[in-house]
Design a binder for this molecule. Structure first.
Ligand SMILES: [Fe+2]
Ligand SMILES: [Fe+2]
Length: 195
């Protein structure tokens, strides 16, 4: 595994988001910091999102919280400030996404994910989980619709800076990985075992 940050992100651009989640400057030429948790997640997504299929439910939950939730919490405030400075129409969508994603991630981390861990620890079905997951699914769809409007606003309003465009594209891709991990890998597995 290459350990030079610049080489790593040039060869595998998606890794930039993981480093951002861990507060690492992706333009830095130096080596990766020694962080066993970070290196574990790097190995998990070394070849892209398909690597997530190999994870156990507990590993997948850790990955979602450490990588996607942390990334979203870090970059959304920065993006909102950039859009505000430019008075760009994506601002209202980003603000709404921020307002909606906070309680959503909080419920996942404090309620749904611990319940999923318990299912696998105790090896028993949880009758209330399909209802909780249905609510999360509806909120994912709402977030997806916001991203469609963000893409639309970006194509119709060329005033965005290169920096804002690049950051929104990275956020968009991160959201697709996040949805893949939750909807297709995690929740689908739970719903199959509950039926
Ligand atoms: Fe999530
Ligand atoms: Fe979610």
């Amino acid at each position: 595994m290459a350990t030079c940050i610049r080489q790593l992100t040039q060869e595998r651009p998606w890794i930039s988001r993981l480093l951002t989640a861990y507060g690492i400057d992706t333009n830095r030429p130096g080596p990766l910091p020694e962080n066993p948790e970070l290196h574990l997640h790097l190995r998990q997504i070394w070849n892209g999102p398909e690597g997530l299929r190999q994870l156990t439910p507990n590993e997948l939950l850790d990955y979602i919280v450490h990588c996607h939730h942390r990334y979203l919490r870090k970059v959304l405030p920065q993006l909102i400030e950039q859009a505000r400075t430019l008075n760009h129409p994506v601002l209202s969508e980003l603000q709404a996404l921020s307002q909606e994603s906070k309680p959503h991630m909080f419920r996942e981390e404090m309620e749904v994910f611990p319940a999923i861990r318990e299912i696998y620890r105790e090896n028993r079905p949880a009758s209330h989980l399909p209802r909780w997951i249905a609510r999360l699914d509806r909120e994912h769809e709402q977030a997806f619709q916001r991203f469609l409007r963000i893409r639309q606003a970006m194509s119709e309003t060329p005033s965005a800076t290169f920096e804002l465009k690049a950051a929104l594209e990275a956020l968009d891709e991160d959201m697709r990985w996040h949805m893949f991990a939750e909807n297709e890998l995690l929740f689908a597995r739970i719903l199959r075992s509950a039926s």
